[in-house]
Design a protein around this ligand. Structure first.
Ligand code: SF4
Ligand code: FES
Length: 367
């Protein structure tokens, strides 16, 4: 893989995903974190994270998203929120809610936390706790939503939808309104990391996908001014791929729990790719100079049909990790694209998955 020399055309990143830890009390079968999770002993210490937050702000990052695993598993979450706030980064906490207490939420609000994204795995305790593989999780999430709103913090509900819960989409929308959320992100499951093991159990059917689009369109109309709904449809059923990450190395970066800096959370699934670490290099150096970031910047790396396609500045050839998973070549056109020579193979897979009459049991981590 040869890097493209497009440093001069590169703008500073707008967002940093700070994956503070891979530790998580839940065991969602669609987890996009790698099969091999990073252990606590290898996590970046507080002092390094504080330095990285400063470097991010100096580099031009505007938003930091504290994520994981479950970021509340880190004892220094309040301290890191304060540190981000001190360098004027907009702070967003992406949490399952499990591991938060009312007192901790108060401390986070006082530390300057500006936004919370709370995941839900279903619309009632039985469904949600089954999917999350954690008893009692749903009821804690309902508490967390209340605490967040009591501080007048904006709340986004994150709902990953899939074959086993997509039929409850209308209820998910109603629940988000009841919880006082300003935004609902409904993202259809992506098959990276652990999720790939559960593809047959989780891929929505074509019919479910069409119904979900109808429900979202109607709800957007009905809930104007009350709830914003972001919907990421199942890309297996799409004609063109999405601009994954807004384009490789264009607007955001991920720092993993050990300090490695990745262009996207699934990038380590790309064979042969190596990632620089904030323990050795500055964030600016990594963003502008590292091979991992430059390899898919610009358009020179593209193969046909992307190279001569008039959509290349819209979707940037789709998702590199999906191209890797489905073709063994991260530089290939994402097979979701109807112009890809491998699109027909993807359609065969869709027909195969649609025909599964009773989905196989979910496979959970560590069981
Ligand atoms: Fe996008 Fe490439 Fe397909 Fe064109 S050929 S629509 S650039 S993925
Ligand atoms: Fe890595 Fe799409 S998930 S580029």
């Amino acid at each position: 893989m040869e890097a493209t020399d497009s440093v001069a055309d590169t703008n500073p990143p707008m967002a940093m995903l700070a994956e503070l830890t891979h530790r998580c009390p839940l065991a969602c079968p669609y987890c996009s974190n790698p099969l091999e999770l990073k252990q606590q002993a290898s996590e970046l210490p507080t002092g390094d994270w504080v330095r990285v937050l400063g470097e991010a702000a100096a580099l031009g990052v505007l938003h930091v998203h504290f994520s994981g695993g479950e970021p509340a598993s880190r004892r220094d979450l309040v301290e890191l929120t304060k540190a981000a706030n001190n360098v004027d980064l907009y702070t967003n906490l992406i949490t399952s809610g499990v591991g938060l207490t009312e007192r901790r939420m108060n401390e986070l609000a006082q530390a300057g936390l500006e936004h919370v994204q709370l995941s839900i795995q279903g619309t009632d305790a039985a469904e949600a706790d089954h999917i999350a593989g954690y008893k009692g999780g749903h009821s804690r999430k309902m508490d967390v939503a209340r605490w967040v709103r009591s501080h007048d913090l904006p709340l986004t509900i994150n709902a990953v939808c899939h074959r086993q819960n997509i039929d409850h989409l209308q209820r998910t929308i109603d629940l988000s309104v009841e919880l006082g959320a300003h935004r609902l992100e409904v993202a259809t499951v992506q098959f990276h990391g652990w999720a790939a093991k559960n593809r047959a159990a989780l891929m929505p059917t074509k019919l479910q996908d069409a119904e979900a689009r109808r429900i979202v369109d109607a709800a957007r109309e009905q809930l104007k001014g009350i709830l914003v709904i972001d919907y990421v449809p199942a890309d297996y059923h799409a004609t063109y791929p999405k601009a994954c990450m807004g384009g490789w190395g264009r607007i955001g970066l991920n720092v993993d729990p050990t300090g490695r800096v990745l262009p996207c959370h699934a990038a380590e699934s790309i064979e042969g790719m190596e990632f620089d670490n904030v323990r050795d290099k500055s964030l600016a150096d990594i963003w502008y100079q590292s091979k991992a970031f430059n390899v898919f910047r610009g358009f020179d790396w593209m193969e046909e049909p992307c190279r001569s396609c008039d959509r290349k500045a819209i979707d940037f050839g789709g998702c590199r990790c999906q191209a890797m998973a489905m073709t063994g070549n991260a530089g290939a056109t994402d097979p979701v694209c109807s112009k890809s020579p491998l699109h027909a193979k993807l359609l065969d897979t869709v027909i195969e998955l649609d025909a599964v009459s009773s989905p196989p049991p979910l496979v959970y981590r560590g069981r």
